[in-house]
Design a protein around this ligand. Structure first.
Ligand code: TYM
Length: 339
């Protein structure tokens, strides 16, 4: 039925925000609805533990990401929605990729440099090897397309390098596909509401830097009202956004929320001041985000239901992964199972 397969993942590390939604989850829903791809959407709990997670919080946050997927429009019958630890093949293939990818490749990963900071000697080995697990997530299903925000681009390049090296090393030129990143839409990099030069992030201490999917209408209004801007009115053309990071960010967010373009937003608001624009932005954001938060809350009241959905998804994912992993084991030279 499908010849193209989509895989993407979101970490259950709390504070799901507007960047996760516009940069990733909203695109997952669009791809699912296009019906040309088989879609796998994964709550990547193995990735989350590269930084210590309280065990009961991890379980809660795993369910929270599943709830966010469903509340945003992912249909667990049409797409495969599952938790990464539910399919053992992720960890198995990641080990093989630890032995394929080169230390020098991982040393170049900017996200590791940012996350490890000055304390490099003290971070987990898992945090360093993280991109290999990500390559395994994707290639375990021979996924052809991976929708992500812009911050994941370098990791996807490493996935392609790993696929290519495996194919070369084991003399199987077309075994793993060279996966295409899908970094699409006006909001592939949503920035902090407090500082337009910094990415909106789960780990930023200030709540005013981000819109959480669980925010109420009042919280959204308050955060947008306090969002940093500059004193000029909005320009009518894109060129007028140059050097105005905060204005650019809010315009991109608006465009993504109404599924239009920055040009269309400026055609409407060019020449107007921020207070008019911000109040339209609040209305739009509340209409899009609050129903998702409300639905997430309802879904989280029944954790057993979410767990069943994820385990059913894991069984379907495992059925795709097993024959691929078996072929990898065979190519690498591991013993065949005894018949
Ligand atoms: P994570 O959990 O940090 O983020 C989930 C998704 O949200 C996107 N995103 C953003 N997009 C736009 N603006 C932002 N400010 C912003 N912040 C986050 C991310 O790009 C991502 O698409 N390593 C991944 C998870 C992962 C994965 C995978 C993704 C693990 N295995 C395989 C794709 C395929 C991560 O940490 O995403």
């Amino acid at each position: 039925m499908f010849n193209q397969r989509v895989f993407s993942g979101v970490q259950p590390t709390g504070n799901l925000h507007l960047g996760n939604y516009l940069g990733a989850i909203a695109n997952f829903v669009r791809l699912q609805n296009r019906q040309t791809f088989e879609c796998l959407f994964c709550v990547v709990d193995l990735h989350a533990i590269t930084v210590f997670q309280d065990p009961s919080e991890l379980r809660r946050q795993t369910r929270e990401v599943a709830a966010a997927f469903i509340a945003s429009g992912i249909d667990p019958d049409r797409s495969i929605l599952f938790h990464q630890s539910g399919v053992p093949g992720h960890a198995q293939l990641a080990w093989i990729f630890n032995c394929v990818a080169r230390l020098g490749w991982l040393n170049r990963m900017t996200q590791f440099k940012e996350k490890s900071g000055k304390d490099r000697e003290n971070v987990s080995v898992g945090l360093f090897a993280y991109p290999n697990l990500m390559a395994a997530d994707i290639l375990l299903y021979k996924a052809t397309h991976v929708p992500v925000g812009e911050d994941q681009k370098q990791h996807l390049e490493l996935t392609r390098d790993t696929a290519q090296k495996f194919n070369n090393d084991f003399n199987c030129p077309d075994f793993f596909p060279l996966t295409e990143p899908l970094i699409e839409g006006p909001a592939t990099r949503v920035m902090s509401l407090r500082d337009g030069t910094k990415k909106m992030s789960k780990s930023e201490p200030s709540e005013f830097s981000r819109i959480n999917l669980s925010d109420s209408a009042d919280e959204i209004a308050d955060k947008i009202r306090k969002a940093r801007t500059d004193p000029e009115p909005l320009p009518s053309e894109i060129a007028g956004l140059a050097g105005r990071a905060e204005a650019q960010n809010l315009v991109s967010i608006f465009a993504a929320l109404e599924e239009s373009t920055a040009e269309a937003v400026l055609a409407r608001f060019g020449g107007q001041n921020f207070s008019t624009f911000k109040s339209a932005l609040v209305d739009l954001m509340v209409a899009r985000i609050v129903p998702i938060g409300t639905r997430m809350g309802q879904l989280l009241n029944d954790p057993g239901h979410l767990d069943r959905i994820m385990w059913q998804g894991a069984a379907r994912a495992d059925a795709i992964a097993r024959p691929i992993l078996a072929e990898v084991y065979d190519r690498v030279g591991f013993l065949a199972p005894i018949a």
